[in-house]
Write a new protein. Structure first.
Length: 298
């Protein structure tokens, strides 16, 4: 790939990646595919690849239904939008199931329709968990490759992730709030559900990214300050695109659920090393992070 800049947003999960996708998708200098998460680099294993393709085929069927409903309602603009999304999803399914030698099909899918764009992007938080060799292969795909890793207050991030899991896997008859707090208890007291912590292990992920990603190509941001004027100015300078204001709102936050009072200080103790590591190795903690810790122990 030559121009434009190729951006990977590799996480963290529940740290503002969807809001960032929307900002870049709507930015005049960028061309992002309708599919936020391509899941190309984390599906080289055949079993994982097939599972992802099945999920995308199901989504493709949903898009067809949405297009047909739009046609029936006479919503031409929505029909055109659905057609674009359908074409992009079909192309991605072909990429995932096709020849990955040289990653050329993936690059072509990202660049489709981006002739005049200054940036294209794949916003898949799960890429933070790929092995070192794959991360290096991602970095080597283009001379213009950039990486973004967003961090959110560790307590807020973990609780948001757990609520998402509870909502997604709730069975008939289960109480959402109780299920979420039970998952949290297992995380902090029994060392279970380790994948939830791996998605927000800032210390391990940032250290690895810094070791593999060439200097100057990694952007570390805080979800709480990214969409300020200063935060977006710094981001746009890193990406080489003009500053553009944002009206981004929090997305995919899910239904509010109160964390049990007895669990809050235990969660703070459990995550204290993440707070300390970020403060010592990245930047001073945002005010919200500091207040979050104080509230946990109040």
């Amino acid at each position: 790939m030559a121009d434009p800049t190729l951006l990977y947003c590799v996480g963290a999960t529940k740290a503002g990646t969807s809001a960032l996708y929307r900002y870049l998708h709507d930015h005049d200098a960028c061309k992002l595919p309708p599919v936020k998460e391509a899941h190309y680099w984390d599906t080289f294993d055949p079993a994982i690849r097939e599972k992802q393709i099945i999920a995308y085929r199901d989504r493709l069927s949903e898009l067809h239904v949405m297009r047909d409903d739009a046609k029936a309602a006479g919503l031409g603009w929505k029909v055109a939008n659905m057609e674009r999304r359908i074409a992009s999803m079909r192309g991605l399914i072909a990429v995932l199931g096709g020849d990955r030698d040289g990653d050329l099909a993936y690059a072509a899918w990202l660049l489709d329709g981006a002739e005049h764009a200054r940036l294209v992007a794949d916003m898949t938080p799960n890429y933070a968990l790929v092995d070192d060799a794959t991360l290096q292969r991602m970095a080597d795909l283009s001379a213009t490759t950039r990486f973004i890793y967003l961090m959110r207050d560790p307590i807020d991030r973990l609780w948001s992730h757990i609520r998402m899991q509870a909502r997604r896997f709730r069975q008939d008859g289960e109480v959402y709030a109780k299920k979420a707090n039970n998952i949290l208890w297992r995380v902090v007291n029994a060392g279970q559900e380790t994948h939830l912590m791996a998605r927000g292990d800032y210390a391990a992920t940032v250290a690895r990214l810094r070791r593999i990603v060439p200097e100057g190509r990694l952007f570390l941001g805080f979800a709480e300050t990214l969409f300020t004027v200063d935060g977006l100015t710094r981001l746009c300078e890193f990406l080489g695109i003009p500053y553009q204001p944002s009206d981004a709102k929090r997305v995919h936050e899910g239904e509010a659920v109160k964390m049990r009072d007895d669990l809050r200080p235990k969660v703070a103790d459990f995550l204290k090393e993440q707070y300390d590591w970020v403060a010592m190795n990245v930047a001073p903690l945002p005010d919200h992070w500091q207040h979050s810790l104080k509230r946990a122990y109040a």
